[in-house]
Design a protein around this ligand. Structure first.
Ligand SMILES: Nc1ncnc2c1ncn2[C@@H]1O[C@H](COP(=O)(O)OP(=O)(O)OP(=O)(O)O)[C@@H](O)[C@H]1O
Ligand SMILES: [Mg+2]
Length: 311
């Protein structure tokens, strides 16, 4: 079957350029692939910027089947997950010989359109359901029988009136979510959590953060080390409203690269670093917190940009 024929955003599995594999990441991948091979869906849970989506995409590529991606959404209903009847179908036909001719054919028959989940279940693709707890729990109920009984149920009138679809044996599901205390995140139903293996991701270890910062920015390793040390020192101080992730290291590194590299004596460089650190770690913009954070950040920037920070 040609993927194009499905007319859905199905991704061909291909290696991710710039994906960093340190011992910590290799271990995560190895365990995840074992769970998947044993027939269990994996679930990466962790704060913003802990690498969940990147890891899910990388593992899906290693599984080697086409990939479908769904992003959790507050407005989803169950039928958004299984598919919908569409009122009419419009077809655009481009005449190959006279390129200016464009024929539009309309077909007003109601047509059942499979969702990404249904496509993945039917053809044995890998489903990545990113941030699945942003959808309401009742919308995700349909997944219970998919993961346990390997059946996708339909209501009357849906998909050729078939009561259910048998899940293809190659179907794999990878989930990601932010912890429940995050804004806009619903609690996972116990029954659903019980059917998947959850791997809790935290900020990467230092070596991994350095490797990712360097790979994403092309800065010299010693510069990536300084940036990572500074961000980790801020984390240890615990003054932030939201914890700085490796994303902050990447933002600083890429911005400094655009600015022509790191010049430790240059105030403009230091201002860039301070601004990004403050912007990414203050959530409410509360001036008292912000001033306290700014003072701490300035001190960290002074220490690490003078090259006196611990390596
Ligand atoms: N193994 C890796 N190799 C290269 N870059 C990585 C790796 N892991 C994470 N990154 C980079 O780190 C950043 C954060 O990763 P990602 O977006 O996957 O985090 P997330 O946990 O999905 O965050 P959020 O909860 O905000 O969606 C991205 O810029 C990503 O490209
Ligand atoms: Mg993500």
């Amino acid at each position: 079957m040609k993927l194009d024929a499905l007319d859905l955003p199905v991704l061909e599995p291909r290696p991710m350029p710039g994906f960093v594999e340190t011992p910590q990441i290799k271990q995560l991948i190895k365990r995840s692939l074992i769970y998947i091979e044993a027939g269990f869906p994996v679930h990466f849970r962790g704060g913003a910027g802990t690498g969940k989506t990147t890891l899910a995409l990388h593992i899906a590529n290693l599984v080697g089947r086409p990939v479908v991606l769904i992003h959790g959404d507050e407005d989803f209903s169950s039928s958004d997950l299984v598919g919908a009847s569409e009122g009419y179908r419009k077809k655009k036909v481009v005449d190959r010989f006279i390129s200016s001719v464009l024929k539009v054919e309309e077909d007003v028959v109601k047509k059942w359109v499979d969702s990404r989940l249904t496509i993945a279940c039917e053809y044995g693709f890998t489903l990545i359901y990113d941030e699945f707890t942003r959808s309401r729990p009742e919308a995700n109920n349909v997944l219970l029988s998919v993961l346990q009984e390997k059946l996708l149920g339909f209501s009357k009138g849906q998909k050729d009136n078939s009561p259910y679809l048998k899940i293809h044996p190659d179907f794999t599901a990878i989930f990601t979510s932010n912890p429940e205390e995050y804004a806009g995140v619903h609690k996972v139903q116990d029954a659903l959590r019980d059917r998947m293996i959850t791997l809790d991701l935290d900020n990467f270890d230092k070596e991994t953060e350095i490797a990712i910062t360097q790979a994403k920015s092309d800065l010299a390793r010693e510069d990536a080390v300084k940036i990572v040390n500074m961000v980790r020192a801020l984390r240890e101080k615990g003054l932030y409203e939201s914890s700085p992730s490796v994303r902050v290291c990447i933002m600083i590194a890429k911005s400094l690269k655009v600015n022509g590299g790191i010049d430790y004596r240059n105030k403009f460089s230091r201002d860039i670093v301070t601004e990004i650190l403050c912007s990414q770690t203050s959530r409410t913009g509360d001036m008292k917190n912000k001033n306290q954070l700014r003072t701490a950040v300035k001190e960290l920037v002074r220490i690490h940009f003078n090259g006196k920070g611990e390596n």
